[in-house]
Design a binder for this molecule. Structure first.
Ligand SMILES: [Zn+2]
Length: 319
């Protein structure tokens, strides 16, 4: 199927290939729906098909897949003899790659090939038989509005891409280390790159990490929330808290902008730390949040906002 979708096709194959793309747009990988019972190993693709474990070996070992010289080889081309028949473009010589080869060898070491055709089974049904109805049920299940998702505020001062990011974050759908690992993607560490003390999930990075906690307490005091008991544990908690905060609607709207600005910046800082090796101090982090939220309010509608100097002292200086 993966091979088909990369080729130009017509007629029924074109429809099948388009179905894969349409399901992909809904977050459903068609390969994830099927498993294979291996017999001769002559029908299943070693790297692409889900014939061992929960994912394809291509996703589990992306580095080794890059080194494979025949990417569409069959299972029988690679396993079934005492020494697995690897055909690398370049020998995996580094220590990391050698250990991946060892893991891969261990994964396939117990595979016994026998006569007969490999058999596909649908993972959605107990009898393994595919039906359109089971796929439809899956689509409905995944795309019914999540009952635990908080009431996201559509505020004109907040860019839509930030609102979308927060909507996904509240449902733990942003690509943190633990989320990637859950999807079978190899990550070097699942620990938070800031505190190195807890698994990195969305709620940890944006709410519970000591760095996020410190930033939040400074933001609270900048907003004048001095006597607030901070019992916020999840992104949903914070979004709910902001959308119900205070009596003054104008102030509440501004507080929501600040909370979204804080969360999206915490995600930005995490990405800078992880991908650009750039550490951000709490002081610098606060400055970034103040600048970004001032810019949003001033340039996305409220021209009468106070001066930057006054804003830096109090977020409600002019209200
Ligand atoms: Zn942390």
């Amino acid at each position: 199927m993966e091979y088909l979708s990369s080729k130009k096709s017509v007629g029924v194959w074109n429809s099948i290939s388009n179905t894969k793309k349409s399901l992909g747009n809904l977050g459903i990988e068609i390969h994830d729906l099927f498993g294979i019972n291996i017999k001769s190993g002559n029908n299943a693709l070693f790297w692409y098909d889900h014939w061992i474990g929960d994912n394809s070996l291509k996703s589990k070992y992306p580095n080794l897949f890059e080194l494979e010289s025949q990417k569409r080889c069959r299972v029988a081309d690679r396993v079934g003899s005492r020494n697995h028949k690897w055909k690398w473009k370049v020998r995996p010589a580094t220590r990391g790659l050698e250990s991946e080869v060892n893991d891969l060898n261990r994964d396939v070491s117990n595979v016994q090939l026998k006569s007969g055709m490999d058999q596909w089974r649908c993972n959605l049904s107990s009898d393994g038989i595919f039906s359109v109805a089971t796929v439809r049920q899956l689509v409905d299940k995944l795309h019914t509005v999540c009952s635990v998702a908080p009431a996201i505020t559509w505020n004109k001062f907040i860019p839509i891409k930030v609102i979308c990011l927060m909507w996904r974050a509240a449902q733990l759908r942003i690509p943190t280390a633990t989320a990637l690992e859950r999807r079978g993607i190899a990550v070097s560490s699942t620990l938070c790159c800031s505190c190195i003390g807890s698994p990195e999930c969305a709620d940890h990075v944006l709410i519970n990490c000591p760095f996020a906690h410190k930033i939040r307490s400074y933001i609270w005091s900048w907003c004048g929330l001095t006597n607030v008991q901070d019992s916020i544990k999840t992104i949903s908690d914070l979004i709910q808290f902001a959308s119900n905060w205070g009596e003054n609607i104008k102030k509440r709207q501004r507080f929501i902008v600040i909370c979204y600005g804080m969360l999206c910046n915490l995600w930005r800082f995490r990405n800078k730390r992880l991908f650009q090796m750039e550490g951000i101090s709490v002081h610098r982090g606060l400055e970034c949040i103040k600048v970004m939220t001032f810019y949003w309010i001033k340039h996305r509608g409220d021209k009468k906002i106070c001066s930057w100097e006054d804003w830096a002292i109090s977020s409600f200086y002019d209200l």
